[in-house]
Write a protein that binds this ligand. Structure first.
Ligand code: C2E
Ligand code: CA
Ligand code: CA
Length: 665
């Protein structure tokens, strides 16, 4: 029963394997037209030989009908060659073919057997041959549709056999039997071939399914590889891929686009103060906001840390507006748990092809523009311009000169006295680097120090300058202090720190006389490394000062967490000290330092009225042009008087308080 059901299902074309039906249909498209051609030729031949012996309606009449049907079907199949059928459609078409094949077989066998009633043995022999070769030919042509082949065989050979059996003529019975058996064998061979065909199709379709699965998996993997795990935004790899393909797309079209880089402001202090977990949560919130920012055709990627990037196809003003919009959106406050936090964002934009034509140049340029926003236009968008290009060139020239500079002869240390109030003693000096390059002339330290840092030359430079400064200060009378500026790289390099301590030890200077000045920004980058190095210095007995206080984040958290002995108030507060707000800030910081038992130096004192105000605030230590500009060591030495003065001011601890002279008063 089960077998019969399976056979019937097979005969009806099993719908569970539409891919087989599709493949069968494709094969039939090439074979069925030949089948119809064979039918036509055979039919014409048999009609021709019976033309004289059989009635015209049987030869001409039925032949005409047969030819008409055959031609129509043949044309239909020839047309179908160009079309590709959907699986379900193929099943329907194939079922139709089985039915139509059966019908045509009925017509053919009925017609042939009717013709058998006419003519002599030759004509009858032709009919028998006609049936035999037509049925075998048809079965062959239907090798990819064995269901139809079986139907044709059954419909043709059984009536054929029965017909001859009825006539009781041995030769014809033998022929009928013979054809029946041959057809059986042929069908058997066809079925074997068909099974192989089905297996091939199934395995091909399985292979194709596997391939699709692999492709899907690959697509998923590559999406994952291009997605940032924390924010779910596209990542740096995706950004650069898009950037490169965009360059390829617009290369020959004259179209322009912008590369934008956005960096969060104040993220690091938040991360340092509240911990990495909150930092991550904040980045996730920023990511969510950027994902839903709703700027058409702009995809924002996380490039790493607190840096994001975007590409904008359009004009310069629109791109700048987009950058600014992104910064503003990021700057809206965030609520994380119980906490309300706000970060800012600055943006840098570089335009293709004006700023560069390769991905890395464009990115570097937008990064440079971003750096400009961060240093002088926080919260704003800077577009990379010709002016930046010129600056980069000059920075490159500086870097090249630095690379080949002879540190011993080209660099000098200048000294600026630190004065104690109200006595106006010189208690020590701040060492400030000076560079006179044979190629470029004098270059200010705030220009060459960052370049030396970026070029990886700062370690050597710091040590060479410090060695000079220590040797020179040592040769002055009394126990003067030396303040020396360290850059971000120095503060985080244990190698530099060890070498600095070694210089102090070798020079035989008391470490307590040495103060290293650091800035908040130099510590923020890698707080942990900096803290370790600073503790190391502190342990060795040297003092630490927080420089330029009031200009950066001025986070009181840093004052607490870092091992600081002294705060240096930035000169911008002194220049505006007549303003009650500025003087209020100075007073607060001075009082804060007093309560925290730290010393405090006010920098940039230029005018006597500033000095008076600072004295009224009971400031103890000051520095500035009012007393002395930074001077070369020879000038300091030359001004060191017999009575214990230096640069015209008495040295700390000398009893020359009465003979106070002002260098520039
Ligand atoms: P800084 O540490 O804040 O140094 C004070 C700067 O203010 C010096 O500029 C000094 O010449 C200037 N200055 C002193 N008194 C006055 C004043 O009354 N009015 C005005 N307007 N300016 C005054 P300089 O020497 O050009 O140094 C600039 C910066 O370069 C320094 O700022 C420091 O951050 C850095 N620097 C200098 N030498 C070194 C060094 O050897 N190593 C490192 N890492 N940085 C250095
Ligand atoms: Ca300083
Ligand atoms: Ca300073």
């Amino acid at each position: 029963m089960e077998k019969i059901r399976a056979f019937l299902r097979w005969m009806m074309i099993d719908p569970r394997h539409p891919e087989i039906a599709q493949a069968q249909y494709n094969e039939l498209k090439t074979q069925i037209p030949s089948l119809y051609a064979l039918l036509m030729v055979n039919a014409i031949a048999v009609a021709y030989t019976h033309f004289d012996v059989a009635p015209a309606y049987l030869t001409v009449g039925i032949l005409a009908v047969i030819l008409l049907v055959t031609v129509v079907r043949m044309v239909a199949w020839l047309r179908a060659r160009k079309t590709e059928l959907a699986p379900q459609e193929a099943i329907r078409k194939i079922r139709q073919t089985v039915i139509l094949g059966s019908l045509i077989s009925v017509i053919y066998i009925a017609w042939s057997l009717s013709l058998d009633g006419y003519g002599g043995p030759t004509e009858r022999g032709h009919v028998a041959l006609f049936i035999a070769i037509t049925v075998i030919g048809c079965i062959f042509c239907l090798m990819h549709l064995p269901q139809a082949a079986l139907m044709v065989m059954v419909i043709v050979t059984i009536p054929y056999l029965v017909h001859y059996l009825g006539q009781n003529e041995d030769v014809y019975i033998a022929m009928g039997l013979n054809i029946f058996l041959v057809c059986l064998v042929v069908l058997q061979v066809l079925l074997n071939g068909y099974r192989g065909f089905c297996k091939l199709i199934v395995s091909q379709s399985e292979l194709a399914a596997k391939q699709r699965e692999t492709e899907l998996l690959n697509a998923e993997n590559s999406k994952l590889a291009q997605t940032d795990a924390l924010t779910d935004l596209p990542n740096r790899r995706h950004f650069f891929k898009r950037l490169e393909s965009l360059i390829d797309e617009v290369k020959d079209t004259g179209r322009k686009f912008a590369v934008g880089v956005v960096d969060l402001d104040r993220f690091k202090p938040i991360n340092d103060t509240y911990g990495h977990q909150l930092g991550d949560q904040l980045l996730m919130e920023v990511g969510l906001r950027l994902k839903n920012i709703g700027i058409p055709d702009v995809e924002i990627c996380r490039l790493g840390g607190d840096e994001f990037g975007f590409l904008y196809l359009g004009n310069l003003n629109e791109a700048a507006r987009t950058g600014q919009f992104i910064c503003e959106q990021i700057s809206r406050p965030y609520r994380i748990g119980e906490l309300q936090v706000s970060v800012g964002a600055s943006c840098g934009i570089a335009f293709y092809p004006d700023a560069g034509t390769s991905a890395h140049v464009l990115f570097d340029r937008s990064d440079y523009a971003l750096y400009n926003s961060k240093t002088s236009l926080r919260g704003r968008t800077t577009v990379y311009s010709a002016e930046h290009e010129a600056r980069i060139r000059s920075e490159r020239a500086i870097e090249a000169a630095l690379q080949s500079a002879d540190l011993a002869s080209e660099f000098q240390v200048y000294f600026q006295p630190v004065v104690q109030l109200p006595e106006r003693f010189v208690v020590g000096f701040e060492a400030l680097a000076r560079w006179n390059s044979p190629q470029l002339g004098r270059i200010a330290p705030d220009k060459f120090i960052p370049i030396a840092e970026r070029a990886g030359l700062i370690h050597r430079l710091t040590l060479s300058l410090f060695e000079k400064a220590v040797a020179q200060i040592k040769s002055l009378p009394g126990s003067l202090t030396l303040s020396f500026n360290l850059s971000a790289h120095d503060v985080t390099s244990s190698e530099t720190v060890a070498a600095l301590l070694d210089i102090i030890r070798r020079a035989g200077v008391n470490p307590r006389q040495i103060t290293f000045e650091i800035t908040e920004t130099s510590v923020i980058g890698s707080y942990e490394a900096a803290e370790t190095c600073l503790q190391l210095l502190r342990k060795a007995g040297v003092k630490l000062a927080l420089d330029d206080f009031g200009t950066g984040y001025s986070s009181l958290g840093y004052l607490h967490r870092l091992p600081i002995d002294c705060v240096k108030i930035d000169r911008s507060f002194v220049s505006g000290i007549r303003d009650p707000i500025a003087s209020g800030v100075v007073t607060s910081i001075v009082n804060l330092c007093r309560s925290m038992k730290m010393s405090c130096v006010v920098e940039g004192v230029e005018e006597s009225h500033q000095l008076e105000l600072l004295e009224a605030m009971r400031c103890r230590l000051v520095q500035g042009y009012h007393f002395s500009a930074p001077l070369p060591f020879e000038d300091i030495l030359a001004s060191t008087g017999e009575n214990g003065t230096v640069a015209g001011l008495p040295l700390s601890g000398t009893a020359a308080a009465n003979s106070i002279q002002f260098f520039r008063a």
